[in-house]
Design a protein around this ligand. Structure first.
Ligand SMILES: *C/C=C(C)/C=C/C=C(C)/C=C/C1=C(C)CCCC1(C)C
Length: 241
């Protein structure tokens, strides 16, 4: 009985060289800590900014829950938790679009801007899921469609309606908007690299040695926590004005 108890472990063993498992673990903890930080700091701000901080908390909290499952899934199966990954993204990326809308509301942003960004982000993610999980032999085509939706988002925030609103708002909002634009252009560009590293296609060999899940996990930590901190910083700046 005793040997049975000691040999039966509820926590999967983690190999010392399981760097994928390691990034799932660290990602999970980082998301939890970030969520706690945003939720607990929320009430120190002006009402106007509280919803933005709340959304930052929700983004990292939703990610923490998914990382909890993905960490487990990886430990048990040693394969990519593609389904959980995309469920997480399809909830959190639209919330990041909501953040753009929330900070630009001071300049009169319309709901239509928010819905356009959300729609594009959902197209980007659903087509990505198809290429990664459903039609892997056509991954390049689905990735291309996904990439077009991604560029449309980049265009709207860098040069389109969102940019004009940010200029109207000026000051701390304009600065925060610019930083978020860089996150989308550079931070989000991490994901297609992961995709190409993890799917078959003519680009095979470009990113050999890179692991898709490690790349996605780094991208998530940078983007979700980074985005939230930009919003947090904006709330601090704007409250001091
Ligand atoms: C918190 C999660 C975030 C910010 C996820 C962002 C995901 C992307 C920007 C994914 C983009 C993709 C492409 C542009 C082409 C290939 C397929 C995707 C879905 C990996």
């Amino acid at each position: 009985m005793e040997s049975l108890m000691t040999n039966f472990s509820w926590v999967a063993r983690m190999a010392t060289d399981d760097y994928v498992g390691f990034t799932f673990f660290v990602g999970c903890m980082a998301m939890m800590a970030a969520a706690a930080f945003f939720f607990l700091s929320m009430n120190q701000f002006d009402k106007k900014w509280r919803v933005s901080i709340l959304v930052s908390g929700l983004i990292t909290f939703i990610a923490a829950v998914h990382y909890w499952y993905m960490r487990d899934y990886w430990a048990a199966n040693m394969e990519s938790p593609t389904f959980f990954r995309y469920v997480d993204w399809v909830l959190t990326v639209p919330l990041m679009c909501v953040e753009f809308f929330l900070i630009l509301r001071v300049a009169g942003a319309k709901k239509s801007l928010m819905w356009n960004l959300i729609l594009l982000s959902v197209i980007m993610l659903v087509t990505g899921y198809f290429g990664e999980a459903v039609q892997r032999d056509q991954a390049w085509l689905w990735g291309l469609i996904s990439g077009l939706a991604y560029f449309a988002i980049v265009y709207i925030i860098w040069f389109g309606e969102a940019k004009k609103l940010a200029q109207t708002a000026g000051g701390a909002v304009l600065k925060a908007h610019k930083t978020l634009c860089w996150f989308v252009l550079v931070g989000w560009a991490i994901y297609p690299i992961g995709y190409m590293a993890g799917t078959p296609g003519w680009y095979e060999g470009w990113f050999t040695g890179l692991n898709m899940d490690v790349i996605y996990n780094i991208g998530d930590a940078v983007n979700k926590i980074g985005f939230g901190l930009v919003i947090y910083n904006l709330a601090v700046q704007a409250s001091n004005d």
